[in-house]
Design a protein around this ligand. Structure first.
Ligand code: ZN
Ligand code: ZN
Length: 237
């Protein structure tokens, strides 16, 4: 109830024009009008098992609706079972994520979560825990909020998810690093103090690039007994 009331307040207070064509939005629309929503770079051609982007030509041999492994994930021992991606990390989504993350536009981060909900086949009720990728205390204090938590609120309403996953070390932003450095940078950065035996978990994050952060977080959850870890990301770079 509170979530619905707050959504109404936010709808009343904040920009209600389509980010693409400028038309006033209907109450059930979010950021983009219905026409423009389907012109966005919605992620379709990707492996649902590992999240690798696939070329259209590869798609002829790969059914994205089944859980077949693509050639990338066949080579790897992945700590998660499924990946759901909203968008490709392209304009206009790219600029919106940038604003939500670096320009203190936390309402936008919430709205992006609502937008993701429109596209995503995920039912949050299928999971024992839905968790945002945590930030280090230092980064969260600098930014003032965790954009992944705001995404999660957009997805499933305002609530405080149980603190299960901790980021115990402050690291350099992944965006400043190369692929190999990213892996090193997030090594042993997460901690989980909860027994997760048999639990099904959904991890939510804004951008997946090499997937190093999500992989490291999933690994920690698996070590604590999680039965399945699924990833839901707003955009894939
Ligand atoms: Zn529009
Ligand atoms: Zn794959």
């Amino acid at each position: 109830m509170l979530g619905k009331a707050l959504s109404k307040v936010i709808y009343g207070l904040f920009p209600t024009l389509c980010q693409n064509c400028g038309r006033p939005l209907q109450e059930e629309e979010c950021l983009f009008c219905h026409n423009c929503l389907f012109k966005l770079p919605i992620a379709k051609s990707y492996c649902r098992r590992c999240g690798s982007l696939l070329s259209e030509s590869l798609l002829d041999f790969f059914d994205p609706h089944t859980l077949n492994y693509c050639s990338h994930c066949e080579r790897e021992n992945l700590p998660y079972e499924r990946v759901f991606i909203g968008f490709l990390y392209r304009e206009p989504i790219k600029s919106l994520i940038h604003r939500a993350k670096f320009r203190e536009d936390f309402i936008l981060a919430y709205q992006l979560g609502k937008l993701l909900k429109k596209l995503s086949p995920v039912n949050v009720k299928d999971y024992d825990y839905v968790l945002p990728i945590p930030l280090s205390l230092k980064r969260e204090q600098e930014r003032g909020y965790n954009q992944s938590l705001l995404l999660l609120w957009g997805l499933m309403g305002f609530h405080l998810p149980k603190k299960i996953l901790w980021r115990i070390r402050h690291t350099r932003p992944q965006s400043e690093l190369s692929g190999k450095e990213r892996k090193e940078n997030v090594k042993n950065v997460f901690e989980c103090r909860e027994d997760l035996s048999g639990k099904k978990i959904l991890l939510v994050d804004d951008i997946m690039t090499t997937g190093a952060t999500l992989k490291e977080a999933s690994k920690v959850l698996k070590k604590k007994g999680a039965k399945e870890v699924h990833l839901l990301v707003l955009a894939r770079a």
